[in-house]
Design a protein around this ligand. Structure first.
Ligand SMILES: [Mg+2]
Length: 137
């Protein structure tokens, strides 16, 4: 067995581990719903307060980048402490988004795909390839 084979086995083991840890979206929705329900927090989770929470957590995500200079931004992926903070705040935003969708019986995969379809029409790739400009109208 040569080194290339070892790398192949390693990647297969890693891929298997990732499959075991994979959580499909419906399970994720249920995990968020269960987290809220088992704490009896549903009484606090109305659409307004969840939407506010999304904005608050998005602010905490932005705070990580506040005052960061271009040289720090260029190396942000190499900074494990910063990446760990980003992971935490991004998860907070996503968890609240899922909670809002749960509260309003919205299907996130459907609404994301619907919005992408609208964006594809608004920003046709032939016109917006490599450039961004505000569409007219
Ligand atoms: Mg947070």
């Amino acid at each position: 067995m040569d080194i290339a084979d070892d790398e192949t086995i390693g990647s297969e083991e890693q891929a298997e581990r990732e499959r075991e840890e994979y959580v499909d979206f419906d399970s994720l929705k249920e995990k968020v719903r269960h987290f809220v329900r088992e704490r009896d927090w549903e009484k606090y989770h109305n659409p307004k307060d969840i939407a506010i929470s999304i904005a608050v957590e998005a602010g905490e995500l932005l705070e990580i980048f506040q005052w960061m200079q271009p040289d720090e931004l260029a190396k942000v992926k190499d900074n494990e402490q910063v990446v760990e903070k980003i992971r935490g705040e991004l998860a907070d935003v996503i968890n609240h988004c899922i909670s809002l969708a749960n509260n309003l019986d919205l299907d996130i995969p459907t609404l994301v795909v619907d919005k992408l379809k609208k964006a594809e029409k608004k920003y046709p790739k032939e016109q917006f390839m490599g450039v961004w400009q505000k569409p007219e109208g």
